[in-house]
Design a protein around this ligand. Structure first.
Ligand code: ASP
Ligand code: MG
Length: 430
C-alpha cells in the first residue's frame, strides 16, 4: 500500500489535474490512497470569505468567484452535461446556507467548516476525472476517519480512534481500485469539521499511511525534491537524494517549507518512507527520507522571513537572572510562541520569533512592566545546516547583520533584508 499526496499547486487548473492523472496512471496497478489539497490558492480565498463574513461585509461576490474557479476547471475536464456541475452547485448552495445561518457560532468553528470545503470540492472533481480516465476510484470523507480534539483550527489527532477507523475500513476499498480523500481536514467527536493547520495535507497523508501501515508516502511537488536551498534564491541549489528522518525534521524545524513539520514524526515512528518527487517529471526519484545511512549531505540553506527580534533589557542593575528568564519563558509558553534564536548578555536577553497573528503585541504587553523592551521587525533569519567554509563563503557579504551565531553544525544569520535595508538608508538620507 502506498499513499500519494498532491498539493494545491499540482491541481491548480484543468491541465494540472490531467497531469496528476498521468502520474497516477504510472502507479495504478498498486494499492493507492491519494490525498489531495484544495485547488490552487482556494484555501486562501476561503479564509478571505470567512473574514468578509465575520466583518459583516459582502461575502457573496467572493463565494461566486470561488465557485466560478471550480466550474472553470471542471469545464476543462468534463463535458457540459456531467453530473459534477450539479454537485458543485449544491456544495456552494450549502456554503451560502451555512453562512446565512452561522450567526452566534464561534469563529474557529465557522472557519473549519468553510475552509474544509476546498478539499471536499477538489477531491470530488478529481475523483470523477480519475474514475473516468484512469481507474475506478472511491471517494472517502476524511472526516469519518481522522478524529481530532475540539481545537478547530490546529487540531490534535486522536491517534487511537483514527488508526482504528483507517485500518478497519480503508483496505477493502483499495483492493477494489483507487481511493481518494482530503488532506487538512478531520472532525471531532461531535462530528464537527476540524482542520489540522495550514499546509496540513502532508500530515494527513502521514496519518493515513500510519493507519494503513503503508510502505511509503510520496509527496508530489513542484520542485525536483528536497533541495539544499530555495532555487529561486540560490540557482546553485541541488536536490538532496537521501535524508534521514532526523535531518528532515531538523530542516522543517528551522523553517524549510518543503514538508509540514508534523509529518515526519509518525512516519519515522512507523518506519514509513517519505518520497518527495516532482509532479512535472514523475520519472525522477527526487528525495527519499527514511531511517537510512544517508551520507553527510551538502550544506542546506533555509531562510525564514517576517522575523522579529526583541531585546528584553533589565530596568535596574540586577542583571538578567533566572527569575527574569522564567517570567519571559512563562509568557512565551502561554502564548505558544516558538523561539527561532536566542542570545543573552549581562543586561539583556534577546529572542527572534515569527511575526504571527497578534502574538508579538501580546508578549510585549505582558512583559513591558518587567523589562525595557526594544524590537526590530521585518528581518530575515538564514540558517545553514551542516555548514563549512565553502558554504559560508557563498553567503553574500552583508553589512546589515543583527546577529550571527554558530554551533558545531548550524549557522544562523539574522539580518535586515536587502530591500528593507535600501528603504531605511533612503529614509535616513532624506
Ligand atoms: N489546503 C490547505 C492549505 O492550503 C492544506 C494544504 O494545502 O496542505 O493550507
Ligand atoms: Mg494548499
Amino acid at each position: 500500500m502506498k499513499v500519494f499526496k498532491f498539493g494545491g499547486a499540482s491541481v491548480k487548473d484543468a491541465e494540472s489535474v490531467k497531469n496528476v492523472a498521468e502520474v497516477i496512471k504510472m502507479f495504478c496497478d498498486e494499492e493507492l490512497v491519494i490525498v489531495v489539497s484544495a485547488m490552487g490558492k482556494t484555501t486562501n480565498h476561503l479564509e478571505e470569505l470567512v473574514q468578509l463574513y465575520v466583518d459583516k461585509q459582502d461575502w457573496k461576490i467572493k463565494l461566486d468567484w470561488i465557485k466560478n474557479f471550480h466550474l472553470d476547471i471542471s469545464h476543462g475536464l468534463f463535458d457540459e452535461k456531467h453530473e459534477i456541475y450539479e454537485r458543485i452547485e449544491s456544495i456552494f448552495d450549502g456554503i451560502a446556507e451555512y453562512l446565512e445561518g452561522a450567526e452566534g457560532k464561534r469563529y474557529a468553528e465557522i472557519y473549519s467548516e468553510m475552509v474544509s470545503q476546498g478539499e471536499l470540492l477538489s477531491t470530488r472533481i478529481i475523483r470523477h476525472y480519475l474514475n473516468e480516465n484512469v481507474k475506478k476510484t472511491t471517494w472517502l470523507d476524511a472526516r469519518e476517519y481522522i478524529k481530532t480534539d475540539f481545537n478547530f483550527t490546529d487540531s490534535r489527532v486522536d491517534w487511537e480512534i483514527t488508526k482504528r477507523n483507517i485500518s478497519s475500513k480503508i483496505p477493502s476499498f483499495t483492493k477494489d481500485g483507487l481511493v481518494i480523500s482530503q488532506g487538512f481536514i478531520g472532525s471531532n467527536s461531535e462530528g464537527k469539521t476540524t482542520t489540522l493547520g495550514r499546509e496540513g495535507s502532508d500530515f494527513s497523508a502521514a496519518i493515513f499511511a500510519t493507519g494503513l501501515q503503508a510502505e511509503s508516502v510520496t509527496v508530489w511537488k513542484d520542485v525536483p525534491g528536497v533541495m539544499t536551498a530555495d532555487p529561486r534564491k540560490m540557482p546553485e541549489a541541488m536536490v538532496i537524494p537521501e535524508l534521514k528522518y532526523t535531518d528532515a525534521a531538523e530542516m522543517t524545524y528551522y523553517g524549510a517549507s518543503i514538508i509540514h513539520p508534523r509529518t515526519i514524526k509518525p512516519l519515522a515512528q512507523n518506519k514509513i518512507k517519505l518520497y518527495v518527487r516532482p509532479f512535472t517529471a514523475p520519472e525522477n526519484i527526487g528525495t527519499v527520507i527514511g531511517k537510512g545511512h544517508a551520507e553527510k549531505h551538502p550544506a542546506s540553506f533555509i531562510v525564514k522571513t517576517k522575523q522579529v527580534f526583541i531585546e528584553f533589557g533589565v530596568t535596574d542593575f540586577t542583571f538578567i537572572n533566572e527569575k527574569k528568564l522564567s517570567l519571559l519563558f512563562n509568557a512565551l509558553d502561554q502564548l505558544n510562541i516558538k523561539i527561532n534564536l536566542m542570545q543573552n548578555s549581562a543586561v539583556s536577553f534577546a529572542i527572534c520569533i515569527d511575526k504571527k497573528f497578534d502574538k508579538v503585541e501580546k508578549l510585549i504587553e505582558r512583559l513591558k512592566g518587567d523589562f525595557e523592551i526594544e524590537m526590530r521587525e521585518n528581518l530575515e533569519l538564514l540558517t545553514v545546516i551542516g555548514y563549512d567554509d565553502l558554504a559560508l563563503s557563498q553567503i553574500y557579504h552583508r553589512s546589515d547583520v543583527i546577529l550571527e551565531q554558530k554551533t558545531k553544525k548550524v549557522y544562523h544569520l539574522l539580518y535586515v533584508p536587502e530591500k528593507i535595508h535600501k528603504e531605511l538608508s533612503a529614509q535616513k538620507k532624506n
